[in-house]
Every structure is written in structure tokens, then in C-alpha cells.
Design a protein around this ligand. Structure first.
Ligand SMILES: [Zn+2]
Length: 505
């Protein structure tokens, strides 16, 4: 019955500090992972660090470290950051893990046997920051389209992968959605590329890069970092390179990436998998670019915004919610600190936090409205519709729409309180009061479950105040979604969930 759900983020380049762009992808993946766990799926969520390449060796030397020491130190920073942000990955892969290295070597040996890798000479324009060659057509004003600096002409003996052999099959699989690329603009971008340009074979070894996995048939060379890195998605679920023994979680349900690495994941990666005759990921989703306070984020210039600092200001739970509510996932958008403050105060402090406080204050003694004999049809219908739209939104990776549904239910409850004026009912109609409070407590239970993938700890605090924390986590989703069956016998006030934060200008 349980569906498998394998989700990946990119592995982050260990030479850079954890940045808000990577935090954004990873939080989104975590929300999906938690949502699928709530649905009862068997989830595997993979993230990690990318640790080979010339730039890492250069930075290590500048810091008087060995490359491995440098990687250990920096990889630990990612694990710490993900810990702060409550990322619930099932494995953290590092491309310097010897198991990963062995898998990659085995992959190349098999491609060589299949004659899909051959020796040759490469000459081209190389960006040291991207660690890849560019064709003249890909340049912008003669410069790297991402780093905007000049490229160097390099010529080297190396080995090639027959990428050109996969052009037609990639076109077919992508246009038919057998290999689904989302959003549509990204799919169009890749189809446009594959229709207008002839794929050239890919140099998969490097002579000048010393910090890398040794190339199996030529000890002078190392394996091209992108080929090395992409196979983390298989080695991270314990694949040893044997194509007859695929791990249970392969293929991924969804691979989340930023659109800057779309081509690697939409062309090179599926071609390598096709070459090995392995199934392709079911969906590749590329989210948009961030600007921060209106300015373009640049990896090599540093990021400006540190996700751990933001988590200190807003709290990790709130930050997770805020980042995903700012703009539609998949589109470009701006991360402005003033909008974070505004949304924190409107959605969380005045929204959810205020509603929870109002209801719990009204329901001082839980035992009186432990259960309701009358199911309020209006509430039941509202909550059913919220769940339906919420699930559809998260299945489609529309995090902002799922959040909007939660906000809509909060608004509905606030309106109901204002209409029913329960504070007057204790004198005029105590029976009705019990029913009104029951509807509200039951709605808080639904709200806490709806927010769980986004804000796991705040959600648990609400459940704790409702006196149902442990029992709620034992339910499956269809039990959770029912209205009117829960009993609330131990309601307590709890602490303020989202204290107001003043913006510091
Ligand atoms: Zn570049």
C-alpha cells in the first residue's frame, strides 16, 4: 500500500558556505518529505555535499589545510545549518565518501566497456568557477553566462562520453513527459536547446584537476566533477554500481534543483542513465532565482543572507514557512527582509498565533467540550475542501498555494469567532458555546496537522496544548482528515507561539 517517495536536493558545493538559495531548495524538499511521511509513504530524502574539483584544492591550500580537511570542515557547516533548519534527510552524502567514489569508478568502467567512453583531445573555453567548458554560442558578451568573466582556452587529452548519441531519445522522452521537467518554461528551455543545437560529446576526465576521483583507465586523469557529483543520487541510496541490483528507492519521484543547474540535470544526467540503461527520475523540478532585497544573488560574491542568522531572527519553523510563502515555487522572486517581517507579523503572529491564543483562552477547561454531538456541516465542508486543495497543491509543488489554504482556514475561524461571539454565550446559550468551542478546537487540530510539514515544532506545540500530541502522530492521514471525532479533554493555554518581532531598520 505504501508508496515509495524518493526525493533529492542538489548536493551543495563545499567550497561555499550554506546560503539562502540552497536553504530554500532544501526546505522545500523537506516539506515534501514530511508531507509524504504524513501520507504514509515510504520516504527517502537525500542531500549532501559536492567535494571535488580544482577550486576546493586551491581554497584548501590557501587555508593551510589538506583538501580532505577543508571538505570535512565545510561539509560539517552544511550539516549544522540543515540541523538548525530542521531538515529531516535520510542520508547526507559526501562525494569524498569512499563508497561513492567506488560507485562512480564502476560506472565509468561499464560505460567504457559499452564503448560509450573513448579517448580524444579537447579544446575549448573553460570557466574555472563553473568547472565546465562552454560553446561560443552559450557565452554572453563573450563571457561566462553565470560568472560574467572571461574564459580560458584549454586543450587537453581526455576521455569523452558519447553524449551526442542521446539527443533524439532525450527529445522524445522530454517532449512526451516520460522524463517530466517542470515548470513548463524549463521544459521548453531544454526542448529548445535540444532542437536547435547538436549535442557534442562530453569530456569526462581532466588532467589538470588533481583533487578528484582517479580515472579508472588513466591515472593521469581525474573524473569530471559533474559526472562524479550526479551519481550521488544513486550512491546516496546505497547503489554500488551494479546495474542488475538497483536500490529499492530508484528512480526518484522528484529531483529538486535551482534552474542554474538545469542542463546538467536535464541533459547530461539522463543521458548517463540511459547509457547505463537505468530508469530515469520521474520528475525534475527547477525552481527560480532569488534576488535578495532586489539584488541578484551571486555564489562567487558570497550570498549576503545567511540562513542560520535568519533562523535566529524569525525562528527556524517560521523561516521555513516564510521562505516558501514569498513567491510561487518555480518562479523568480525577491527575498526582501521587510517582506519577511511583514509576513511574519500578518500570517503568523496576527494570524495563526493569535487564533490559537484566542481559542485556547476561550476553552480554559477542556473537559466540557471534549466531544461534539452535532457535526457542524459548514466547518466540515470547509476543512474537507482545505485538505483537498492543500494536498493537490503539495503534490504539484505549489507550496505557496498550500500555505494560502492554511491562511484561508485561519481567516474562516476568525470570522466564525467574530460572528458567534462565544464570550457572550456562556450566559445566554451554554450548549451552543460548547459546540462553537468544539468546532474551533477541532479546527486548531486540523491547522496544526496542515502546518506540520512546514513548521513541525510549532505544530507539535499546538497539539500539545490540545492535549493530543502523541495520539495525533499515530494516526494516518485519512484519520487525521476526519472532522468531529477527536476528543479534547486536556486543553491547556500553552505559550505564545509567534511573539511579535519589530523590524530593525
Ligand atoms: Zn562560470
Amino acid at each position: 500500500m505504501n508508496n515509495k517517495f524518493y526525493i533529492t536536493t542538489p548536493i551543495y558545493y563545499v567550497n561555499e558556505k550554506p546560503h539562502v538559495g540552497g536553504a530554500y531548495t532544501t526546505i522545500a524538499a523537506d516539506v515534501l518529505a514530511r508531507f509524504h511521511r504524513m501520507k504514509g509513504d515510504q520516504v527517502f530524502f537525500l542531500t549532501g555535499t559536492d567535494e571535488h574539483g580544482e577550486k576546493i584544492a586551491i581554497s584548501a591550500e590557501a587555508n593551510h589545510k589538506t583538501p580532505k580537511e577543508w571538505c570535512d570542515e565545510n561539509s560539517a557547516k552544511y550539516e549544522e545549518a540543515w540541523d538548525v533548519l530542521k531538515i529531516s534527510h535520510d542520508n547526507f552524502i559526501r562525494t569524498t565518501d569512499s563508497k561513492h567514489e567506488k560507485t562512480v569508478v564502476k560506472v565509468l568502467e561499464q560505460l567504457f566497456k559499452k564503448k560509450l567512453i573513448y579517448p580524444g583531445t579537447y579544446q575549448g573555453l573553460y570557466c574555472i568557477d563553473c568547472e565546465r567548458y562552454y560553446t561560443p554560442k552559450e557565452l554572453v558578451d563573450g563571457k561566462c553566462p553565470f560568472h560574467h568573466h572571461d574564459l580560458v582556452t584549454l586543450s587537453e587529452d581526455c576521455y569523452f562520453f558519447k553524449l551526442s548519441a542521446f539527443q533524439d531519445i532525450l527529445l522524445k522522452l522530454i517532449s512526451s513527459n516520460e522524463f517530466l521537467i517542470e515548470p513548463q518554461e524549463r521544459k521548453n528551455e531544454i526542448l529548445g536547446f535540444l532542437k536547435s543545437e547538436k549535442l557534442e560529446d562530453l569530456a569526462v576526465s581532466r588532467k589538470k584537476v588533481k583533487w578528484g576521483i582517479e580515472f579508472p583507465f588513466d591515472k593521469e586523469q581525474t573524473i569530471y566533477v559533474w559526472v562524479d557529483a550526479l551519481f550521488n543520487y544513486l550512491s546516496g541510496i546505497d547503489w554500488d554500481g551494479d546495474i542488475k541490483k538497483l536500490p529499492k528507492f530508484w528512480p526518484p519521484e522528484v529531483q529538486l534543483i535551482g534552474k542554474d543547474i538545469l542542463r546538467f540535470h536535464a541533459v547530461m544526467w539522463p543521458a548517463l542513465l540511459l547509457a547505463l540503461e537505468l530508469p530515469l527520475p520521474k520528475k525534475l523540478f527547477a525552481h527560480g532565482f532569488f534576488t535578495v532585497n532586489g539584488q541578484k544573488m551571486s555564489k562567487s560574491l558570497g550570498t549576503g543572507v545567511n540562513p542560520e542568522e535568519l533562523a535566529v531572527t524569525f525562528g527556524a519553523d517560521s523561516l521555513r514557512w516564510l521562505l516558501l510563502s514569498l513567491f510561487p515555487f518555480g518562479q523568480d522572486g525577491d527575498l526582501s527582509e521587510s517582506r519577511l517581517y511583514d509576513k511574519y507579523n500578518s500570517d503568523l503572529s496576527n494570524g495563526l498565533g493569535n487564533l490559537v491564543r484566542r481559542v485556547l483562552t476561550l476553552a480554559q477547561d477542556g473537559s466540557e467540550f471534549a466531544s461534539s454531538k452535532i457535526i457542524n456541516v459548514e466547518f466540515k465542508e470547509k476543512i474537507d475542501s482545505v485538505w483537498q486543495k492543500y494536498e493537490k497543491a503539495l503534490d504539484g509543488l505549489h507550496f505557496e498555494t498550500a500555505i494560502a489554504q492554511i491562511n484561508d482556514l485561519i481567516f474562516f475561524c476568525d470570522k466564525y469567532i467574530n460572528q458567534e461571539e462565544p464570550w457572550k454565550l456562556s450566559k445566554t446559550d451554554p450548549d451552543k458555546l460548547k459546540n462553537v468551542l468544539y468546532n474551533l478546537l477541532e479546527s486548531l487540530r486540523h491547522l496544526s496537522c496542515l502546518t506540520w510539514p512546514f513548521m513541525p515544532d510549532k505544530s507539535n506545540l499546538i497539539l500539545e496544548s490540545l492535549g493530543i500530541l502523541s495520539q495525533e502522530h499515530k494516526k494516518n492521514l485519512s484519520e487525521i482528515k476526519k472532522f468531529g471525532e477527536e476528543k479534547f479533554e486536556k486543553v491547556s493555554q500553552g505559550k505564545v507561539l509567534f511573539p511579535k518581532i519589530e523590524s530593525v531598520e
